[in-house]
Design a protein around this ligand. Structure first.
Ligand SMILES: [Zn+2]
Length: 238
């Protein structure tokens, strides 16, 4: 299993690594990686690995069989285990996704704290963010007001802190317990993402260091997906 550098430093844009395996001709595993594999409603990173004088572009990154697998768009026979490579992240895409992810946690926290609304599904994309939740009564004005509260909270400049916590200690924090059913039972130590004064969650994704980096989010549209099944789309303003 690769060392997952993005877990401790989401701002690391480049790293050196070694190829540990080449799978199905076009997929590469590394001993360490800065590339986030899709998961938890957050899309994968993209970027490139440089090997000698050749550049290989990474079109997709997935977790497969407990390993982070990098899909190489222009793979060739030169790629082989043991080779040293230099990894370069598509930082513009990653930073946009980090800002979106922290914004999503902030809005989810406000909906939970003020309205007892639990998000049942979420998907971040480059051009929008989707939340699904159960709520009998809702309208666009209600959602816009919560988005404005999230914007006000983010503008206050809350630090986003990464730490680890024993599972038994994490379970004593109510906001983490609300999500506990979604955690894999095998994990004894959880990675905790805390937006100080706003939200605390067990989370494996990349975030900005301070909510002021997000800027603002805006309402896109709301949908009724059936009885008590609501969907809202929002996005970064810029
Ligand atoms: Zn998250």
């Amino acid at each position: 299993m690769a060392e997952l550098l993005y877990l401790s430093d989401s701002y690391q844009k480049e790293c050196d690594a070694k190829i540990t395996a080449v799978l199905d001709g076009g997929k590469v595993a590394l001993d360490r990686t800065i590339f986030f594999p899709a998961g938890g409603g957050v899309p994968n990173d993209t970027g490139k690995i440089i090997c000698g004088d050749k550049e290989y572009s990474i079109a997709n990154v997935r977790k497969e069989g407990g390993e982070v697998v990098h899909y190489i768009a222009n793979a060739d026979a030169n790629l082989s285990a043991g080779l040293s490579v230099h990894c370069v992240l598509d930082w513009e895409r990653r930073y946009h996704l980090m800002r979106s992810h922290t914004a999503a946690h902030t809005l989810a926290a406000i909906l939970y704290r003020e309205d007892m609304v639990l998000i049942t599904g979420n998907q971040i994309e480059m051009d929008k963010i989707r939340f699904d939740f159960n709520l009998a009564q809702f309208d666009a004005e209600f959602l816009k007001s919560r988005i404005e509260r999230a914007n006000a909270a983010m503008k206050e400049g809350h630090a986003v802190k990464i730490s680890s916590m024993k599972r038994e200690d994490a379970f004593k924090i109510p906001e983490i317990v609300k999500l506990a059913s979604a955690l894999p039972p095998a994990i004894d130590v959880l990675r905790i993402v805390e937006i100080e004064g706003v939200d605390i969650q067990a989370d494996g994704g990349c975030h900005v260091a301070n909510t002021s980096e997000v800027g603002e989010i805006e309402f896109v549209k709301a949908e009724n997906k059936g009885k008590e099944n609501r969907r809202v789309y929002f996005r970064l303003k810029n």
